[in-house]
Each structure stands twice: as C-alpha cells, then as structure tokens.
Design a binder for this molecule. Structure first.
Ligand SMILES: [Zn+2]
Length: 439
C-alpha cells in the first residue's frame, strides 16, 4: 500500500467528515443562544445527593467497562492469533470435512465459541452491575438465553458472510475489497430493513401502541400531522421493555415499509402524555430529517475505505506474521481473524468521529422535537426538560461525566445539556423563526 494513496484516502475522509459535520452542526441564532445558556445551566437536570453519589459511582464503573471492552476486543483477537488458537481452529475445520461449507461453518462456530467465552467475564460483570443498580430486572436465565440467541444469529449470518468473502477472495485475490463491498452493502441495507421484523421480536415483545394506549396514539397523530409526514398508527409500537429493564427509551428503526417508531412500556408508565409526545417527536425527527436513510448511506460508503484498509492490513500482517501464526495465505480460514482484527482496530479509531456525528444529529432531533410539539403540549420547555430529567434519573445518568470520555464514547449530548437546552429554546417567544417549521 503506497503511503501517498493512504494519505489521499485519509484526507478525503477528513474532508467528507468536515463537510457533513458543517452541514449538521449548523445552528440558527436562537438555537445557538439557547445552547450558550444551556452550557452554563447546571440546574435543569439534577439528582438528590444520595442518587448523585450512586450515579457518579455507576458512571465510573461504566467508564472502566467501556474502556475495557474497547481494548479487550482487538486484544483477544490478537491473542488467539499469537497463541496459535486460530491455527488450531483452522486445523479442526479442515480435518472435519473436505466440504467447504462444513469447514466454513465449523471455523465460524469455533471462533464465535472462543470469543463469546472470552467476552463472558466482562458481560457477566456488566449485567451484575446493571442488576445491582436496579437498571436491569432481567434474570440470569433470560440473559443467557439472549446470548444463546445472539450466538445462533451470528453463526448463521457470520457463516454465510464468511463463505461469501472467501469465495470473492478466491475469485479476485487483489480486488476482493471492492467486489465484497457490493454484497456487503446489500446485506447491510437488507439488515436494516428486516431487523424490526426478524431480529427485534427475538429479544422483546411488541404490540401495536393503539391496543393499550388509544388516546396517546391520538395525541401522537397530532404531532405527526404537525410534522407533515406519514406515520400511520399501525407503525407505532409498544415494546414490553419492563420484562428486562427499568430505564426509559423510544426509538425509530427500519426504513421504507418496515420503518416504525417504538416506545418502551416503561416510558409510558412513568411519563405524562405531553412528555411522551416530546420524546416521540424527537424520534419522529429522526424520520423527518432523514437520519435513518442517511445513517445507512453513510455506513455503506464508509465500508469501502474500511475494506480497502482491511485488505492492505491483512496483507501487511500476513507478510510479517503469517508464518509464526501458521496462516500462510489470505485464502486460509484463519485470515478471517486477521481481517476482523484490522477492521476492529479501524472501527474503534473511527468511533469518536461516528459519535460526534451522532451527537450532532441527536441535537437536531431535540430541536425538531421542541418545535414539533409547540402548540400541542401545554408547555414544550417544561415538558422537554422534565422528559430528560426522568430519562436521566431512571438511567442514573451522571451529570458530571468527564468531557474527554463523552467526546470518545457518547452518542448523545450530555443529558444535563439536553434538559437545559429544552428549557432555554423558545424561538416563538422572541419572534424568531423556528429551525424546521419556519413559515
Ligand atoms: Zn435520538
């Protein structure tokens, strides 16, 4: 890989990122002013002293867990390469059968088994923490069942993808990073489409929101009408989150015919219809502002340089360590672990950029929410602030998160900022134009 090509690629990626951020971080004067007020307001989201202490302790644990997870993922892949586990798994798969399908699925099964076992201690610790802080009410049986389902899914999908990528590698040894990108994009788009139909129901129960909350659906339809978009009541779902969690949430998922809004039953139990309308309007903002389509498109585009770097990374490592790792060529099953290691490092390095982008669009959805419920709920500023107060309280969100940690790991702006922004943002009071609903 020529250094010049790599520099050109990195410069192009930096330029695309800067342009996208410039576009999505653009603020109206009223929005910028509310943002400045929010930065200096530490009373919009507060916790009583005892809860604050627990929140700070929990956030310290979460921080350590997140850092450990981030480091452990590439480290475990490196370990199984260096310790010869990969070569052993490859040997077992090849000795089982001459049939490539059997070999591929056996190799992926062993790889998943080893990595899941290596992940288990951190996973158990994380779940125990969530239980002890009362964030999770999921028992160990159900927790293990979720892991087993995840394993089966990863085996099926990972096995098919492995068969595909090795087929492409044999067919085009030097251009596979491009040829594999095309089916990978198709798989990603198909994955986003079918997730709400096929994957989500494996882990949680869903029912039409109108079934248990018809008056709420009526109010939400008012918000939808205000947004001038089309989300029929059949695309509004209630998720029975209370079987596993005590936290609040709502999200938007799928696209086209599978596009839908999901509200957790915990949110409905704790929030007033006006507060739910605000949370819902934030979710609708992701619809209306095209975040799902855009997120999918950006992920698809980002895969191409990722695969290109992955291809060169695999070659570089095979050349230097192929012999000692007992993986002679990229056509060996074991080279999949090298590729995963390279992709894992690259995706970890790109996390801060992806998260900065995510925080920008989450803020846009907050602005959208406030504007969409204007005139429908009694007091958009108070309802918004209170919704964030409840979200934070029930997740034990630490109002004092370290900015450096937030910069790397957080996908949303700090909850204190979001609450304070909701309280301060009121373009109508000063006769300014709203950002998304300008006349
Ligand atoms: Zn959001």
């Amino acid at each position: 890989m020529r250094l010049r090509n790599t520099l050109i690629l990195l410069a192009t990626l930096a330029a695309v990122f800067a342009i996208a951020m410039g576009h999505f971080a653009r603020e109206t004067p009223t929005e910028a002013q509310a943002g400045r007020i929010a930065l200096h307001n530490s009373t919009a989201y507060t916790l009583p002293p005892a809860e604050l202490q627990r929140a700070v302790a929990l956030s310290r644990t979460h921080r350590n867990l997140a850092v450990a997870d981030t480091l452990w993922m590439p480290l475990q892949l490196l370990l199984i390469l260096v310790l010869g586990v990969t070569a052993w798994m490859q040997g077992v798969a090849v000795s089982l059968s001459r049939n490539r399908w059997l070999q591929g699925f056996s190799f992926v099964f062993l790889l998943l088994l080893v990595t899941h076992l290596l992940d288990l201690p951190l996973g158990i610790y994380g779940h125990r923490v969530a239980q002890s802080y009362g964030l999770s009410v999921q028992g160990w049986g159900s927790w293990l069942a979720d892991i087993a389902k995840m394993f089966a899914l990863e085996w099926l999908l990972g096995g098919l993808l492995a068969m595909l990528i090795f087929w492409v590698i044999r067919w085009s040894p030097t251009r596979w990073w491009f040829w594999f990108w095309i089916p990978a994009v198709l798989c990603l788009v198909a994955g986003v489409f079918v997730t709400p139909y096929v994957i989500d129901p494996l882990f949680n129960k869903f029912e039409p929101l109108a079934q248990s909350n018809p008056t709420l659906v009526q109010q939400l339809e008012q918000v939808v009408a205000r947004g001038g978009i089309n989300i029929p009541p059949q695309r509004m779902f209630l998720m029975k989150a209370s079987a596993k969690s005590t936290q609040l949430n709502a999200y938007v998922t799928g696209f086209g015919a599978s596009k839908r809004v999901v509200v957790w039953d915990t949110t409905i139990a704790r929030c007033t219809p006006d507060e739910i309308s605000f949370i819902f309007a934030h979710e609708m903002g992701h619809y209306a502002l095209g975040h799902v389509a855009m997120g999918t498109a950006i992920s698809c585009l980002a895969l191409l340089p990722l695969f290109w770097l992955g291809f060169h990374g695999v070659h570089f490592l095979l050349l230097r360590y192929g012999t000692s790792w007992r993986i002679p060529s990229q056509q060996d099953w074991g080279s999949l672990v090298i590729l995963l290691l390279v992709l894992c490092v690259l995706s970890t390095l790109s996390d801060p950029f992806a998260n900065a982008f995510s925080r920008a669009i989450e803020h846009n959805a907050d602005v959208y929410a406030q504007e969409a419920v204007h005139g429908i709920v009694a007091n958009p500023q108070q309802d918004g602030r209170q919704a964030f107060q409840l979200l934070g309280e029930l997740s034990l969100d630490d109002p004092t998160t370290h900015p450096l940690y937030a910069l790397w790991f957080n996908t949303h702006p700090p909850i204190g900022f979001r609450a304070a922004f909701a309280e301060a943002y009121d373009p109508w009071a000063t006769g300014q134009q709203p950002k998304y609903f300008a006349k």
